[in-house]
Design a binder for this molecule. Structure first.
Ligand code: ATP
Ligand code: MG
Length: 234
């Protein structure tokens, strides 16, 4: 099967004053359509950095990035944001909803930025996604009037409105109790069963049961030969 994401010999450094921090070392990763990948590892091991690079939110110094058979290593900023908007929905630990907007408007936001659909077309998609996360009745509420789990379900609805092939989730259950986390994970599982490819960062080893594959970062670096363990979960 074709790769959806392929990373070859990727190196990532952060500049800190005169020093360089080598965060990701010689990363090789091959993600197929339909996988549910979990990236695990200690705090500071580079998980968010890796996810941000895969999601065109951050850059890397060396190596190659192939997305859907297209070499995207050297895209310019415009091309990167277009790729991001078209292909990837993001879910974050702290939900990142806009507090001044109501739930409906929050979910509408990516469609407004995209600018391709009219109000009526947008409305149908927003309601469909709110129904999927079972929160259509909250459409007029403000985010802070919702529980954490509800806010995260709204964030998932928002991540879905542009119909991305990929969902990237960075500790999506990190701010939730374990029961609420399961509700959010069940939604991600359903999306995966419907064909979405999911890449998720987590500390929580209880959640690996949802993954089709677990990738581990160790010792503050990501090293394919020495410290990357790839375990198949099926
Ligand atoms: N913008 C930045 N500038 C400099 N150093 C950074 C920057 N972002 C992250 N780092 C450093 O890079 C390393 C990896 O950070 P990253 O956020 O990717 O870790 P993480 O695995 O996501 O950790 P956590 O589990 O705590 O979220 C850390 O040592 C961090 O301090
Ligand atoms: Mg992180």
């Amino acid at each position: 099967m074709n790769s959806l994401i392929k990373i070859e010999n990727m190196e990532k450094y952060y500049k800190i004053g005169k020093d360089r921090l080598h965060v990701l070392k010689s990363i090789n990763l091959d993600i197929k359509k339909g996988e549910f990948i979990m990236i695990m590892g200690k705090s500071g091991s580079g998980k968010t950095t890796l996810l941000n690079i895969l999601g065109f939110l951050d850059r890397f110094e060396e190596g190659k990035y192939i997305f859907n058979d297209e070499d995207v290593t050297n895209l310019n900023e415009n091309q990167r944001s277009e790729f991001r908007n078209r292909n990837i929905g993001f879910v974050f630990q702290q939900f990142n909803l806009v507090e001044s907007l109501n739930i409906y408007q929050n979910v509408e936001l990516p469609l407004v930025y995209d600018g391709k659909l009219n109000k009526k077309e947008r409305d149908a998609i927003i309601k469909e996604k709110l129904e999927l996360v079972d929160l259509l009745d909250k459409q007029n509420s403000k985010p802070l009037h919702l529980s954490g789990g509800q806010q995260q379900r709204i964030a998932i609805a928002r991540a879905l409105v542009n119909n991305p092939e990929l969902i990237f989730a960075d500790e999506p259950t990190g701010a939730l109790d374990s029961e609420t986390a399961e509700v959010v994970m069940e939604i991600l599982k359903l999306l995966n069963e419907q064909g979405k490819t999911i890449i998720m960062v987590t500390h929580d080893s209880d959640l690996v049961k949802y993954a089709t594959r677990v990738v581990r970062l160790k010792d503050g670096v990501f090293n394919n030969e020495k410290s990357l363990e790839v375990t198949s979960n099926d």
